[in-house]
Design a binder for this molecule. Structure first.
Ligand SMILES: Nc1ncnc2c1ncn2[C@@H]1O[C@H](COP(=O)(O)OP(=O)(O)OP(=O)(O)O)[C@@H](O)[C@H]1O
Ligand SMILES: C[C@@](O)(CCOP(=O)(O)OP(=O)(O)O)CC(=O)O
Length: 395
């Protein structure tokens, strides 16, 4: 007898960044963070988990058709172990339940966008794993309780268990019980919020977030100044979101991204995630905002050169026009949200970006999406596992 569940989970892009751990084993952060969940219609991880008494040997997992080792004591292993323990508790108190916790697992996952390229695949991937397993095991735990498990898979993954605008509260407890995610506002609160992802590079990045942030904690004198300011910034960001104050949201988002990259530069040896194209995108957005007098766009960069530009739907046509003009893409851009284009603001000074713009392909592709909801449970027909327990989609 086999039981299985398939779930999808979204990507989230932080506007107040998580950068630093106070406990590397439990993944407890040095500061709270806040993110926007992006629409799974465009970017998602899909995961099928199956438990079968007939499976032999240890649990196995495939990512994009390729087997990944579930290392003893590793992050995937910890997430699976904790969810299985919750299932076991249920089975112990209700003998009618099938003993799924005793059966080996087969797990297949698929990301519909580049993995490990600074597009937050570990966040959506670990959230999809936790969602599919908690559905398979019929766990009663809330999304916030599940976020504690996802956090141990990858810190930022805890925020992908919710849609909309999501805070990860750093917590104070040494055991991590209060370091979890909660929704600040649902997607429906500010549906005009959209994101334009400028894919500058989809190659695997040089310095992983995990090792980069620990080097910052160990060596950056600037980090303590950043940490002292985050609580006030979190408060201001939550109030900007609650009151749908885009200019305030934009100022805080850009300041936090710049401060995060400043502490990276302050790390020894320094970490450079931004490149010349990233900096040119910053200059472009700053100039659009200057010419427009109030900010209509906000850039933010994670641990890589790709830009995410947040803007409201009404302003996205201007942003798309500007980005396409100065950064002609390799891949033709067809906008799924079909917002169209619009002229640049009066007084826009195009000398801020290299004369005439960048060569084709400096920005490889554009992904236009919007704020979206949390994990979704799919049906049997969406299973990624074949009857034999091996993945259907091979890379
Ligand atoms: N769908 C998935 N299921 C399980 N694990 C995944 C999945 N997608 C990604 N991962 C894990 O996350 C790793 C990539 O994480 P990494 O932090 O290096 O990149 P990223 O998430 O794209 O970037 P960042 O988090 O810095 O924005 C993969 O090598 C894999 O171990
Ligand atoms: C820059 C960031 O994207 C860093 C994300 O770091 P990870 O969550 O990938 O790190 P680990 O907890 O070590 O897996 C900022 C953010 O998402 O808040």
């Amino acid at each position: 007898m086999a039981y299985q569940a398939t779930a999808t989970a979204p990507v989230n892009i932080a506007v107040i960044k998580y950068w630093g751990k106070r406990d590397t084993a439990l993944i407890l952060p040095t500061n709270s963070s806040l993110s926007v969940t992006l629409d799974q219609d465009h970017l998602r991880s899909t995961t099928t988990s199956r438990a079968d008494a007939a499976f032999q040997g240890p649990d196995r997992l495939w990512l994009n058709g390729k087997e990944e080792e579930i290392k003893d004591g590793g992050r995937l292993w910890v997430c699976i172990k904790e969810l299985r323990a919750w299932r076991r508790e249920m089975e112990e108190s209700d003998s009618a339940l099938p003993k799924l916790s005793e059966w080996p697992l087969r797990i297949a996952s698929y990301n519909n966008f580049p993995t490990a390229a600074g597009l937050a695949s570990s966040a959506s991937g670990l959230a999809a794993l936790v969602s599919s397993l908690s559905t398979l095991y019929a766990l009663p735990q809330s999304a916030s309780e599940l976020s504690r498990i996802a956090r141990q898979g990858s810190g930022s993954a805890c925020r992908s268990l919710f849609g909309g605008f999501v805070a990860w509260r750093e917590g104070t407890s040494p055991d991590g019980s209060d370091s979890l995610a909660e929704q600040v506002e649902p997607a429906s609160h500010w549906p005009e919020m959209q994101a334009l992802i400028c894919v500058v590079s989809d190659a695997k990045k040089g310095t992983s977030s995990t090792s980069g942030m620990q080097r910052t904690v160990a060596t950056s004198p600037l980090l303590s100044a950043r940490l002292a300011g985050v609580p006030a910034r979190m408060k201001a960001m939550e109030s900007a979101i609650t009151s749908r104050d885009f200019p305030a949201f934009a100022e805080l988002t850009m300041a936090d991204s710049n401060q995060f990259h400043a502490v990276c530069l302050d790390t020894s040896p320094p970490i450079f995630y931004l490149n010349d194209v990233s900096r040119a995108i910053i200059a472009l957005v700053e100039e659009i905002n200057r010419a427009n007098t109030t900010p209509i766009a906000a850039y933010t960069f994670d641990a890589g050169p790709n830009a995410v530009i947040y803007a409201q739907a009404k302003d996205m046509p201007v942003i798309i026009t500007a980005v396409k003009k100065f950064f002609p893409t390799e891949q033709e851009f067809t906008d799924p949200l079909k917002v169209g284009e619009a002229p640049l603001p009066q007084g826009f000074n195009d000398t801020v970006v290299r004369h005439g713009g960048w060569e084709k392909g400096a920005v490889k592709a554009l992904i236009h999406t919007r704020v979206g909801d949390g994990p979704r449970v799919l049906g049997e027909s969406d299973s990624l596992l074949g009857e034999n327990g091996l993945p259907k989609v091979l890379a």
